[in-house]
Design a binder for this molecule. Structure first.
Ligand code: C2E
Ligand code: MG
Ligand code: MG
Ligand code: MG
Length: 292
C-alpha cells in the first residue's frame, strides 16, 4: 500500500516539476523573443550628490515594454534567464543601449556617467573583457570612465581571484566598479580588501529602515566607515525621504539614489529632470533628526 502511495506521489511531483520546467522554458523563449523584437528598454534613475546638489550619474534599469502587460520590471522576467547564456546577450544589449544613450547625452553637453548592472553569469564568461572592449570601441565618443559596472558582492563568492583579475582588466580600460546591494551578501573585510571596487552601494533595505531600526542604522554607518577605511566611494540606494538624506549626510555619505530624489524614468525625461533638479534644503536640516 505504502509503495503504491509512494509511486503515486512521485508521479505527482514529476508532473509538477515537468510543468515548472515547461513554464521556465516558455519564459526564456518569451524573453529572448522580447529582446529580438526590441521590446526591452532602459529606464534611468539619477544618482546625486546631496550636499552639493549635483547630478553625478544615472543607473540604467531594464524594463520590458510588454505588448499586453505593460511595463514590466526585471524581477518579473530576469529570474527565468539569469542562469542561462541569454543573460549575457541581454547584458550586452544593455551595455550598447546605455553607451548609445551616453553618446546622445554627451553630444548635448551632459557629462554624467551611467551605471549598468551586470549579472554574475555574464561577468564570469571567459570572453567578458574582450567583448566589453569591442563594445566600447563601437562608441568612441564615450570616455570609459563614464561607465560604471554594478556587480553583486555575491558575484565574487566562487572565485575571488578570478573576479579580481577581471575587475582589474576592466579598470585598466578606465571602467569603474560598484558592489551593489552591499551588506546583504557574505562580504568580510578580508574579502573587500581583495576586490578593487571603486564604490560600495549600501543596500536599500538598510537605508529604508535605518530611522526605525538601530541595527540597520549601525549597518549603514558601518558600511560608510568601511568605505572610508578602504578608501572607496560610497552611495546609498533607497533614499525615500528628506530624513534619510539628512541622516546619510550626517553619517558621511553624500551620494544617494532613491524614490525620494527621482524614480527611474525613460531616457527622454532625464535631461528635463536634471535641469529642474535642485538641492532639497531639508537634507542639511539636522533638526529633522533629533538626537541619534
Ligand atoms: P538594483 O541594481 O539594486 O537596483 C535598485 C532597484 O531598486 C531598482 O529596481 C530601483 O527601481 C529600485 N529603487 C530605487 N530607489 C528606490 C527606493 O527609494 N525605494 C524602493 N522601494 N525601490 C527603489 P528595479 O529597476 O526593479 O531593478 C531590480 C533589480 O534588477 C536591480 O537591483 C538589479 O539587480 C536588477 N537589474 C535591473 N536592471 C538590470 C540589468 O540591466 N541587468 C541585470 N543583470 N540586472 C538588472
Ligand atoms: Mg544596481
Ligand atoms: Mg542595489
Ligand atoms: Mg537590488
Amino acid at each position: 500500500q505504502a509503495k503504491v502511495e509512494g509511486r503515486r506521489k512521485v508521479h505527482f511531483f514529476d508532473a509538477v516539476l515537468d510543468e515548472q520546467v515547461r513554464t521556465h522554458h516558455n519564459r526564456r523563449t518569451e524573453v529572448r523573443d522580447a529582446l529580438l523584437a526590441g521590446q526591452l528598454c532602459l529606464y534611468y534613475q539619477p544618482k546625486v550628490d546631496m550636499r552639493h546638489g549635483r547630478v553625478v550619474g544615472m543607473e540604467a534599469l531594464l524594463r520590458w515594454r510588454h505588448p499586453q502587460r505593460g511595463i514590466l520590471g526585471p524581477a518579473e522576467f530576469l529570474p527565468a534567464v539569469e542562469h542561462t547564456d541569454l543573460i549575457a546577450d541581454i547584458g550586452e544589449w544593455v551595455l550598447r543601449e546605455a553607451l548609445q544613450q551616453l553618446t546622445a547625452w554627451g553630444g548635448k553637453g551632459q557629462l554624467w556617467g551611467v551605471s549598468v548592472n551586470i549579472a554574475a553569469r555574464h561577468f564570469q564568461r571567459p570572453d567578458f573583457v574582450r567583448r566589453l572592449r569591442a563594445i566600447l570601441d563601437e562608441f568612441p565618443a564615450v570616455p570609459p570612465r563614464l561607465l560604471e559596472l554594478e556587480i553583486l558582492e555575491s558575484s565574487a563568492l566562487h572565485d575571488v581571484n578570478h573576479v579580481r583579475s577581471i575587475m582589474q582588466e576592466c579598470q585598466a580600460l578606465g571602467i569603474r566598479f560598484a558592489l551593489d546591494d552591499f551588506g546583504t551578501g557574505y562580504s568580510s573585510m578580508a574579502y573587500l580588501k581583495r576586490l578593487p571596487a571603486d564604490v560600495l552601494k549600501v543596500d536599500q533595505s538598510f537605508v529604508r529602515n535605518m530611522l526605525v531600526d538601530r541595527d540597520d542604522l549601525h549597518l549603514v554607518s558601518a558600511v560608510i566607515g568601511l568605505a572610508r577605511a578602504f578608501n572607496r566611494g560610497v552611495i546609498a540606494e533607497g533614499v525615500e525621504t528628506a530624513e534619510h538624506g539628512a541622516l546619510l549626510i550626517r553619517l558621511g555619505c553624500d551620494l544617494a539614489q532613491g524614490y525620494g530624489i527621482a524614480r527611474p524614468m525613460p531616457a527622454e525625461d532625464v535631461p528635463g529632470w536634471a535641469d529642474g533638479f535642485v538641492k532639497v534644503p531639508a537634507w542639511e536640516d539636522a533638526s529633522l533628526l533629533g538626537p541619534l
